[in-house]
Design a protein around this ligand. Structure first.
Ligand code: HEM
Length: 393
């Protein structure tokens, strides 16, 4: 079973297994990302053009989901699934593609989550077929990787100068159990793909609603790596040096944490310091085995921490003294031993995609006037309920 669904010793083992593969990826291969970015731009250029202008009307959320499907399958399996180039991304009848199967299976898992120990009640035919398709496809990649290793091709490749990083191959250096490899790789995909797409989607929704923030970010990017015809590809160090970009990402993750709700089961009887009693100031006793759900979304909007404008999108707040030691009040990646293992990778990928978009487009305008008010599509990951319909110029 993958890292998400195990606890105790099994979890420690999973974490120890995955850890080394993530250490190496801290230095993300940005040249690989650029390949996907180029296809992404070509997809935008296929969308409807405004008369007498170069502006394009586009729904970015679905495109970001395709982009992260390709970048994560490339990172995990060594080749992209082709979600950006495939004609049909919507769910259809007949044979399921891997990306369709993965989406249906993910939706099913979200439906199962609130059912807790009655999760098995959600077990329709389409869901079962989707799980089987996703697992079968992952098994093909796993068996291909193991064959490659046993043929010692890897050794030969390693001696080559530009060996491409493949997560599954790194993992297979530590275990050759096909079931473990398949479960872990699908778990990492579940963890990393939609979360990063949600971060990107909410970022561009916020930028479309806040033109002055867009302008300021573009100015920063222009100084560091140039824009329009002066644009050059950002390096990791340059991305890290962009303070305003970092503040924007922190602010988006604050207002729109992709993992908006989380839960823990108590291993021992314990006490929460407050939250109980008529005024909410008394302690709450938690029995062993009880499940405690909490909302990161609400935590991130507390006026006691973020001030009276906690509901507002204001990236500048991250430069203020009050938030220097925000600690456990900002938890988009959670904290403690189960903190997100892919945090650095997510931030690097998102920063790269945002910076590249900003280099190419001068302006972004909201197309769907109803999107001024937020709508939430909260399954395993919190996405925008109305998508991200914008005009890019
Ligand atoms: C913006 C993007 C992301 C967000 C907001 C995010 C958020 C989170 C959160 C909140 C958890 C803790 C879940 C829990 O409490 O049990 C988590 C765990 C995890 N994340 Fe991420 N994540 C992101 C991207 C990624 C990426 C890109 C990867 C890998 C490619 C990844 C891999 C994982 C894994 C494997 C775990 C399980 C860790 C464990 O249980 O020890 N995440 N993530």
């Amino acid at each position: 079973m993958g890292i998400f669904v195990v606890d105790g010793i099994s979890w420690s083992h999973s974490r120890a297994l995955l850890r080394p593969s993530f250490d190496r990826t801290n230095v993300a291969d940005l040249s690989q990302l650029e390949g996907f970015m180029q296809i992404f731009f070509s997809k935008i250029n296929e969308s409807p053009q405004q008369p007498f202008t170069h502006s394009r009307v586009v729904e970015l959320q679905e495109l970001f989901q395709r982009l992260t499907m390709d970048s994560s399958t490339n990172f995990l399996f060594g080749k992209p699934i082709g979600a950006l180039t495939s004609k049909k991304f919507t769910l259809g009848n007949g044979e399921m593609t891997f990306d369709q199967a993965f989406d249906i299976a993910q939706h099913g898992l979200a439906m199962r989550a609130p059912l807790s120990s009655f999760y098995w009640l959600y077990n329709g035919r389409e869901f079962r077929k989707a799980c089987l398709t996703a697992r079968t496809q992952a098994a093909v990649y796993v068996s291909h990787t193991l064959k490659k290793l046993s043929l010692a091709e890897k050794k030969a490749e390693k001696e080559g100068l530009d060996k491409k990083y493949v997560f599954l191959e790194e993992l297979a250096e530590q275990t050759q159990d096909p079931q473990v490899l398949q479960d872990q790789v699908l778990s990492v995909m579940l963890a990393g793909r939609d979360t990063t797409a949600a971060l990107l989607s909410w970022t561009f929704l916020c930028l479309a609603k806040n033109p002055e923030v867009f302008k300021k970010l573009r100015a920063e990017i222009s100084v560091v790596v140039g824009v329009d015809e002066n644009a050059r590809l950002p390096t990791q160090a340059e991305l890290r040096s962009m303070q305003y970009l970092r503040w924007i990402i922190q602010e988006v993750l604050r207002l729109y944490p992709p993992v908006a709700i989380n839960a823990r089961r108590a291993l021992h009887p314990t006490t929460l310091p407050y939250g109980g009693g008529p005024d909410g100031n008394s302690p709450i006793s938690i029995r062993k085995g009880e499940r405690v759900a909490y909302s990161t979304f609400s935590l991130h909007r507390r006026t006691e921490v973020y001030g009276p404008d906690a509901q507002e999108f204001r990236p500048e707040r991250w430069g203020e003294e009050a938030l220097r030691k925000v600690g456990w009040s900002w938890l988009p990646f959670n904290g403690g031993p189960r903190i997100c293992i892919g945090q650095q990778m997510a931030l690097t990928h998102a920063s790269y995609f945002i910076a590249r978009m900003m280099q190419v487009y001068k302006e972004i305008t909201l197309q769907d006037s109803s999107s001024v008010d937020d709508a939430y599509d909260t399954k395993l990951v919190m996405a925008s309920g109305r998508g991200v319909h914008v005009l890019l110029s």
